[in-house]
Design a protein around this ligand. Structure first.
Ligand code: F6R
Length: 609
């Protein structure tokens, strides 16, 4: 996720672009850059890190002009560096891009064979060269943008300028947001409405396939075949802060709602459907190495540890491979019996968690192959690992992790599929079957999100309670842990997650009519056992909130509240339950009047022991 911005008008562009980028910085802050077109000259300034670094560079006032584009980056292809920062230029053409171009390697090789030299590791630079190559054939920029849009696979929103067509910015989108607006001194474009609100409240959201032309005095929208389209104006009445959160009250709830997109983004371009295989080019492990890996270890902290536990159940059931899962702080000090050629998977949203990093370094020292499942490109873990699978969640702002967890579980699904195919445990048909079902997950999460009102009712009933118990079995035992963690960290209610079968060995003593018990009961081979546990809870008068598979009415009379997830393979249930429990924790915390995005005593990235 990156942010793009543009302005063409009569005012100085640089301060407008900088103010807009400030509003978009939540979308990524690995680097930022601006290009200004003035008197037939293109000037670009870029800098690594947060926007204030670029602001410092621009303090010399050298970027004068009233037409420009800007970008704030969340790195996907290529580490955060000045070279990889946008805008990217090819001759007279300069552009900024948000999204991922899946076929960039094919396009890059073709362009290289035509003599184009690449200065960055990004997928974006291919778009600049492609447009430049078409313009060189004598076509106008508009035509070039249209032709290139037809060649790109993946998702993008771009803004392009050319020295040979001053006073115009072209934009195009497919799968990434883009909004444009105008006032009496110029026209504006941005990745979301936030930067536009200082200038206008009447905006137009582009549709996929649209091309927009911005001039000083007007905006023209063209359909995929160049046909003029009427500009649909929407009036925005949010305040700027609400707009940054996409209209949601907090980042946490916004991030919960982003999960269908996170699943699609994390899967995108990472499988070969024909072969029923996952395609993970950054794994940096040969098939032989994967086959010969003696043991598989997963190490992480907090929520990431919970996704690691899901990975254990997944690998053991899907691949019949034993997996050892550890907490980072435990692993690093307990002289683990890890050996050369073991596969060590470190999972982290930030890639900076001190205990996870130390564990990964220890594993590497002992000769294991370290694979990172990580969200932040350019983070220490991503750089130090032998191989990496990036979860493409975009920046997670809320301290409580939600979408990163989902991205991690999806990455583990892809890895399990890859190992399964390499080791021949899964046939191509089985591989395709799993892919079909992975690809249905975004739709299932959409369904789950529709239950928000019902979950709110549960929160309203119990938000004043002081203790909660979460019970799950099998692959949903980690989800019971995760549900309890979410609740305790943002609502400050004491919550315990337990393996349902373990309840009678102690925690049952806690149960009374004042302790709501969340029971995860999907229709799987452990269903009857979960129901037994629910009955034991019921017998002690505790309020019961049951999470079941859609269509299961058996628990209607036994539980106080019943919520459901769509019917999916048991190994695919964890994400769906996790989303429901995130919503429950969120609404409980909101009803308690707490700051959900910044819970007390916590930090987003734990870089100390
Ligand atoms: C919980 C949470 C933490 C993190 C943990 C690891 O909501 O956010 O438990 O999961 O601190 O952080 P990463 O994944 O960045 O290594």
């Amino acid at each position: 996720m990156c942010g793009i911005i543009g302005y063409v008008g009569r005012e100085a562009a640089t301060p407008i672009l900088l103010a807009g980028l400030k509003r978009l910085e939540y979308r990524g802050y690995d680097s930022a850059g601006i290009a200004i077109l003035h008197d037939g000259e293109l000037s670009i300034r870029r800098s690594v890190g947060k926007l204030h670094n670029l602001e410092t560079v621009l303090q010399d006032g050298s970027l004068q002009g009233s037409i420009g584009i800007g970008h704030t980056r969340w790195a996907t292809h290529g580490r955060p560096s000045e070279q990889n920062a946008h805008p990217h230029r090819s001759g007279d053409i300069v552009l900024v891009h948000n999204g991922i171009i899946e076929n960039f390697l094919t396009l890059k090789y073709r362009l290289e064979s035509e003599g184009y030299r690449f200065e960055s590791e990004t997928d974006t630079e291919v778009i600049a060269h492609l447009i430049a190559s078409i313009v060189r054939r004598g076509l106008k920029l508009e035509e070039a943008v249209r032709l290139v849009s037809q060649e790109l696979h993946g998702s993008y929103a771009i803004a392009v300028m050319s020295v040979s067509e001053p006073g115009r910015i072209f934009v195009s989108r497919s799968g990434c947001p883009l909004v444009v607006g105008r006032n009496d001194h110029g026209t504006f474009l941005a990745s979301d409405v936030t930067p536009l609100l200082a200038h206008t409240r009447d905006v137009t959201f582009l549709d996929d396939g649209d091309i927009g032309l911005l001039t000083e005095s007007d905006i023209f929208i063209l359909g995929p075949n160049g046909e003029a389209k009427p500009r649909q104006i929407v009036t925005i009445d949010w305040d700027a802060e609400a707009a940054e959160k996409g209209g949601f009250q907090d980042f946490m709830i916004k991030e919960i709602h982003e999960q269908p997109q996170v699943i699609s983004d994390t899967l995108r371009g990472r499988f070969n459907y024909e072969l029923g295989e996952a395609d993970l080019p950054d794994l940096a492990m040969t098939n032989e190495e994967l086959i010969n890996a003696r043991r598989i270890w997963i190490v992480a902290c907090g929520t990431s540890w919970h996704s690691g536990l899901v990975g254990k159940y997944l690998f053991e059931e899907m691949l019949r491979r034993p997996v050892q899962v550890d907490i980072g702080s435990e692993f690093r000090y307990r002289q683990p019996m890890i050996q050369k050629d073991d596969l060590f998977i470190a999972i982290s949203q930030s890639g900076e968690t001190a205990d996870t990093l130390a564990a990964a370094r220890e594993a590497k020292r002992l000769g294991a192959r370290v694979l990172a499942i990580v969200n932040v490109v350019g983070s220490t873990l991503a750089r130090e690992a032998d191989g990496v699978i990036f979860t493409r969640c975009g920046p997670e702002i809320s301290v409580a992790s939600t979408k990163a967890f989902t991205g991690q579980v999806v990455a583990l699904y892809l890895l399990a599929l890859h190992v399964g195919r390499v080791r021949n445990v899964l046939s191509p048909e089985e591989g395709r079957w799993w892919l079909d079902h992975f690809l249905m997950l975004p739709g299932h999460v959409e369904q789950v999100l529709k239950q928000e009102e019902a979950i709110k009712a549960v929160a309203a009933a119990y938000y004043e309670k002081r203790n909660f118990l979460y019970l799950g079995r099998g692959i949903n035992y980690p989800i019971a842990l995760e549900g309890a963690l979410k609740l305790k960290e943002i609502s400050y209610i004491h919550a315990e997650g337990y393996a349902a079968g373990e309840m009678k060995h102690g925690p049952i003593a806690l149960i009374d009519e004042d302790m709501p018990v969340v029971v995860l009961s999907p229709k799987d081979r452990l269903y009857d056992k979960s129901v037994n546990n629910l009955m034991e809870v019921r017998a002690r008068n505790a309020p019961v909130i049951a999470f079941v598979t859609e269509g299961d009415r058996q628990l209607d009379r036994l539980a106080d509240y019943v919520l459901s997830i769509p019917e999916v393979h048991p190994l695919l249930t964890p994400i769906l339950f996790a989303v429901e429990l995130q919503l429950l924790a969120y609404h409980v915390a909101v009803m308690r009047g707490l700051d959900v995005d910044k819970p007390r005593n916590l930090a987003k990235s734990v870089t100390v022991e």
